[in-house]
Write a protein that binds this ligand. Sequence first.
Ligand code: NAI
Length: 423
Amino acid sequence: MTAPITDRLDDPETARTEGQRKMDWARQHMPILRSLRESFEANRPLEGETVAMAMHVEAKTAVLAELLAAGGADVAIAGCNPLSTQDDVSAALDAVDGVTSYARRGVDTDAYYDAIEATIAHEPTITVDDGADLVTRIHELHEDLVPDILGGCEETTTGVHRLRSMDEDGALDYPMFAVNDTPMKRLFDNVHGTGESAMSNIAMTTNLSIAGKTVVVAGYGYCGRGVAKKAAGMNADVVVTEVDPRRALEAHMEGYDVKPMNEAAAEGDIFVTTTGNRDVITRDDFAKMQDGALLANAGHFDVEINLEQLADDTVDRREVRDGIEEYELEDGRRLHVLAEGRLVNLAGPLSMGHPVEVMDQSFGVQAVCVRELVETAYESGVHEVPDELDREVAEVKLDAEGIATDDLTDAQIDYMDSWSHGT
Ligand code: NAI
């Protein structure tokens, strides 16, 4: 069984100090989690609960994990991507009272699942997932734990898709909140968080300009909208590819070129996939790409760019810069894949994930959902997060920003609730 990270590092103390510094910085910019922490410490809503988490283990996630521990939970955490853990943060988190961290960067598939198994060995009563690997693992291999699980929370679109499929198949045996689908998460994290962090990581990893380039964004969902907007804001020409006619039209009305990938392939300097789907860029597209094209993925799994096909068609392959692998094709063209085709904003050597303020919102929703699972019993299946919880998080954030809003008057509430008024 995987040991906690502290037992696996050569110099855990130095790592811990650096990790704590990163957590201090994040904490300073997370007013929602700070405010929740005051109430969690005072009321201990999670006393006696065990929370297993599979998340990107970096500073913002660490602040969420320590908040849950401050609320009384025993917390065990593993990564949700083999490349997104920051070992120093994982070590700092492992030193927090009530938290055990098993996450380590750069592990192979077996070690990745061993770490998730180690969190399951804590016998969780609540699970917090990003991508649904933890909840599916529990259902596949540890059904005996299910009766004691109050429920769980899912952070991302791909995880919610997986859970809805489980639910439709009658295979989801405890309640799960679709945290991803709340306004406070999806409209900010997926759009602005992914947009800013994906484009800034591409710029930093390559040290190349975005301005004047053609950026092809695959998928115009929440993440795609953000990536397209930030790329356009950095003075790129943006081309969007889609399979949904309404989203294609939306992109068109925003002023972007919309075309099939196989046409866009010949034009793009930079490709960013944000679909949550597989085989979005394939052999037929590689065949048309320009020498030097950059390929990055911002969707949850590393299946959007078909790297197996690319490797098959490659005569030579080398790392040309940290986080950039060059694939040389038979005709001499070179295609450059960032972060091994994994989430470019989280898995690259310079990646730090979303901006702190954005994750404060997403994790604020996570924390109130964990509290809600203890306070209220839910049926098995995927649940929308109750609107009042999302509003609670928004109000704390507005307060922290010093932004005031108007309140509805009684007459306005009556008017909005009534069907009997007309011209
Ligand atoms: P979404 O469902 O809003 O958007 C996905 C879009 O891709 C849809 O409009 C869909 O029609 C389109 N699409 C599907 N297959 C396609 C294909 N073959 N070609 C072109 N378009 C296609 O989902 P959302 O919220 O934008 O999430 C997308 C992915 O990003 C998910 O895997 C999600 O888990 C992940 N994600 C990543 C984050 C990050 O930090 N990088 C943050 C949040 C989500």
